[in-house]
Design a protein around this ligand. Sequence first.
Ligand code: ZN
Length: 223
Amino acid sequence: MCTMCEPTAPFKLTHSSSLDDYLSNNQVWSSNMQQTYPTLFTEYNSKGQDPHTLFIGCGDSRYNENCLGVLPGEVFTLKTVGNNINTGDLTTMSTLEFSVIYLKVNKIVIMGHTDCGAIKSCSDSNVYNNLSSNLHQYLKPINDLINEKRPELSELNEHEQMKQFSIYNIKKQYKTLTEIPLIKEYLENEKLEIMTLLYNVDTGLIEPVVCWSNCDLLESNRK
Ligand code: ZN
């Protein structure tokens, strides 16, 4: 291991880490998991998967499905830049089909987050207009959304504006998801529930985001 490039605690690996570092880290992780959950690999993961949830989040390195306190085998995952759901993208659409039709998940979590790089890039026209070509094209719906919503948020400071843009983006992705025929059908037949959530990178806590047609559901859950 490069002694000059030791990771800063609590992190485990660095830009300079070698394959050996990755392998030894994995051995430690696997050993810890087996000590904490002795039957996880032998009795469950080795015999297949039966996930209950599809998690759709941003690719940001600061959060993933682990913030829900789940273990390997519980959650199927799709992470994209800006938790953007692009219905023209084969990866996104095949992930939805595989998890809903074949794995039979009955919940989809759409989780955006605060301090999102995609949101920040789209909120500054100079940054957005100079993005590399694929990223520029991929993030156009988020850029359009921010330009549409910006006038409503002029009273807020920049930090609050970015948080609200993340919330608007979660609502937009929820709407996109519910308009996909497969998802619409499963929702109508009550085989699927969608949860919309915001992850706070400064606390590790999630909060619900109320979207149009699940408002009633959230209300009834509170009673
Ligand atoms: Zn992000």
